[in-house]
Design a protein around this ligand. Structure first.
Ligand SMILES: [Zn+2]
Ligand SMILES: [Zn+2]
Length: 144
């Protein structure tokens, strides 16, 4: 995405374009590992040494409010974020915390039970599958 397109996207979302917000969003779009705010902070510090962790938190919250990033309800202590706003689902390993994407037909908004319409306006829906990944299952106790 070009800077011009991004400026346009921020403007449409009512978000002032700043270099720090740009770098945080860019790091999120490039990330495939559903990083925490602290991981994003470490990634953008190279280009923006003055950026604080608090700014990264607030930027992620602002992007989340506008639907530009999503928060993955991984259940861990740290919030994890996703720069891929296209509809998809998540596999969460409760041991190593790794989050992977998957897609599943029949799990979209159009597949929700019609009675949910009585609850309110639905923005998105996702399936969260949690368990222990193969890499963690294969570990012997000595390796922990
Ligand atoms: Zn694992
Ligand atoms: Zn994802």
């Amino acid at each position: 995405m070009t800077i011009e397109a991004l400026k346009e996207l921020f403007a449409q979302s009512g978000l002032k374009f700043t270099n720090q917000r740009y770098l945080v969003y860019k790091a999120m779009v490039e990330a495939r590992d559903h990083p925490s705010a602290e991981m994003v902070w470490r990634r953008v510090r190279g280009e923006a040494p003055a950026i604080s962790l608090d700014t990264v938190y607030r930027t992620l919250a602002a992007l989340e409010t506008r639907g530009l990033v999503t928060r993955v309800p991984s259940g861990g202590e740290e919030g994890r974020f996703d720069g891929d706003a296209s509809p998809h689902h998540h596999l969460v390993c409760l041991t190593c915390g790794r989050i992977e994407d998957f897609t599943m037909p029949g799990a979209g908004l159009g597949d929700l039970p019609p009675q949910l319409a009585a609850w309110g306006r639905i923005r998105d829906a996702q399936v969260l599958v949690r368990g222990i990944c193969h890499a963690c299952l294969g570990r012997t106790p000595e390796n922990h």
